[in-house]
Design a protein around this ligand. Structure first.
Ligand SMILES: CC(C)(COP(=O)(O)OP(=O)(O)OC[C@H]1O[C@@H](n2cnc3c(N)ncnc32)[C@H](O)[C@@H]1OP(=O)(O)O)[C@@H](O)C(=O)NCCC(=O)NCCS
Length: 193
């Protein structure tokens, strides 16, 4: 059953999200509290009895460019999308998307925007649903002391940075993937409504 999220869904929603991300490039993106949004939102779940087995959250532009990237059209950003690993590839993600699309259209949204890392099967899902890739950037994690010393200088006495997360907006993909032990290409997908 696809329905609106309710506050009592939160524990099961969090479990579904974290389990679904475990074998993706977002494996350590863990939440203990469900996200809430500044702008209007569409928050849907796929429920099987009491259990949440899928979820989608969209945050909506009130005016173009407020939440999403395109300054000319009113968009809705996919903030969370997950299907429980025991229930993937059964059409639940598509059902969630279709309901979200219907509600977005009714709210005056002109396109959907999503950003995802380099999991080919997740990209395949976006392609299959009709999204098209529009741009990309890179995210890197720096965890060795040697690499950290080469990029940052800490000015606080006695403080020794152990790791760093950074965005790289250059275009040298080969550099990013050879230099850092953990790097992701993050792709933006758009779907016109
Ligand atoms: C991406 C996701 C939401 C799709 O939901 P779903 O209910 O599994 O997918 P659907 O049944 O609607 O669509 C199936 C299609 O998605 C792709 N797909 C989904 N899971 C796949 C897998 N494990 N391996 C390969 N392709 C897969 C395929 O294109 C598949 O079509 P096919 O079965 O005809 O080959 C879901 O797999 C998921 O939760 N992924 C992990 C969380 C995640 O990465 N979220 C997005 C972060 S931006």
């Amino acid at each position: 059953m696809i329905r609106s999220y309710e506050k009592t869904d939160e524990p099961s929603w969090l479990r579904c999200r974290v389990l679904s991300l475990l074998n993706t490039a977002y494996y350590d993106d863990v939440r203990q509290i469900k996200d809430t949004y500044k702008s209007a939102s569409i928050e849907l779940v796929a429920a099987e009895g009491e259990e949440i087995i899928g979820l989608i959250d969209l945050e909506l532009d009130t005016h173009a460019g407020e939440v999403c990237s395109n300054p000319q059209f009113r968009g809705a950003m996919i903030r969370n999308l997950a299907v429980h690993p025991d229930h993937q590839r059964k059409g639940i993600g598509q059902l969630l998307l279709l309901e979200a699309l219907e509600r977005s259209r009714a709210a005056g949204t002109q396109y959907l925007e999503a950003w995802t890392r380099d999991d080919q099967w997740v990209r395949d899902w976006y392609d299959k649903m009709g999204f098209r890739p529009t741009e990309s950037c890179f995210e890197v994690y720096i965890e060795s002391e040697e690499d950290l010393k080469a990029v940052i200088e800490c000015k606080v006495p006695h403080l020794r940075p152990k790791s760093m997360f950074a965005h790289y907006d250059g275009s040298d993909k080969a550099f990013v993937f050879s230099k850092f032990s953990r790097a992701h290409e993050v792709i933006r997908y758009d779907l016109e409504l």
